[in-house]
Design a protein around this ligand. Sequence first.
Ligand SMILES: NC(=O)c1ccc[n+]([C@@H]2O[C@H](COP(=O)([O-])OP(=O)(O)OC[C@H]3O[C@@H](n4cnc5c(N)ncnc54)[C@H](OP(=O)(O)O)[C@@H]3O)[C@@H](O)[C@H]2O)c1
Length: 297
Amino acid sequence: MKKKILLSGANGQLGKTFRALSGNYNQWEWYFLTKKDFNLKSEDSVRTTLNNIKPDIIINCGAYTAVDQAESEHQKAMLINAKSLGWIADYAEKYNTKVIHFSTDYVYHNQCNRPLLETDVCTPLSVYGKSKLEGEQLLLSIHPTSLILRTSWVYSPYGKNFFLTMQKLGEERDELKVVNDQIGSPTYTFDLAESCLNIINSHFKKGKEFPSGIYNYSNEGCCSWYDFAHAILELSGKKVHLTPVSSSEFPAKAPRPAFSLMSKKKIRSLLNQPIPHWRDSLKNCINRQSSKLIREE
Ligand SMILES: NC(=O)c1ccc[n+]([C@@H]2O[C@H](COP(=O)([O-])OP(=O)(O)OC[C@H]3O[C@@H](n4cnc5c(N)ncnc54)[C@H](OP(=O)(O)O)[C@@H]3O)[C@@H](O)[C@H]2O)c1
């Protein structure tokens, strides 16, 4: 019998990436569910759907990701990003289901200025960051064998993200200001999803133990948003005059960490493939976007 994989948030950028890659993994039965069929705001929807499908693996790509809006929608963010993890964890613990869940660099928001370790103190300042940390804690407290990947600056050719925003602004404007005092590392969804698929494959095919606990994952290298914007525009062939500015020029409702570069030491030892550098992944994203691939997805 084929192993069943249930994926939530199927219309999000990470969900769409898994869908695009799933054709290479048709040894498994995929259930790509949007919030219509698997609503993380509804205990009944989550519990009923899990009981009906009885997945072997749950990949939780669904989330409340509107970082600034979360500041005025505390309850909604907590429900989707934290409470729902309790319902998923209950099921997974009962049926020994593997769970892959995604969290964020925003959970750290501490004073460290060296690559952040999974064991570092977490003092999230935004509602979004707090809700994601609570979700992690709830999931691991009920189902400790869950795998949580903390990721940062996620982009892809789909949906809403910094990469697509810069390309659009690059079409519309001759000049742009971008902040250069926030440091981190971008994550290309195809690299993140491939790593997850690799982990699942190693488990099912080669009988490798399924990893559990918290792992950081982003592309290698580090940059500021200004550096990232510069590379996006250059590699996309957009001629725009870019000015580096401080975050104080773009006041946002939710506080952003100034330094959120994460150490990948832990996950490197798990993956049997290197993590690509962010510049190489950016080129891959642009190639995918301009090739036939994306139009067929
Ligand atoms: N984007 C980033 O920069 C970033 C950074 C760090 C970590 N992460 C984490 O990475 C994961 C994937 O993020 P992403 O970038 O793919 O986000 P995304 O593109 O915003 O996708 C999130 C998906 O969740 C869905 N969703 C919203 N409310 C839901 C509900 N009540 N029930 C079920 N699904 C619901 C959304 O559907 P609708 O669009 O229809 O509402 C959307 O399809 C998330 O856990 C996120 O917290 C993201």
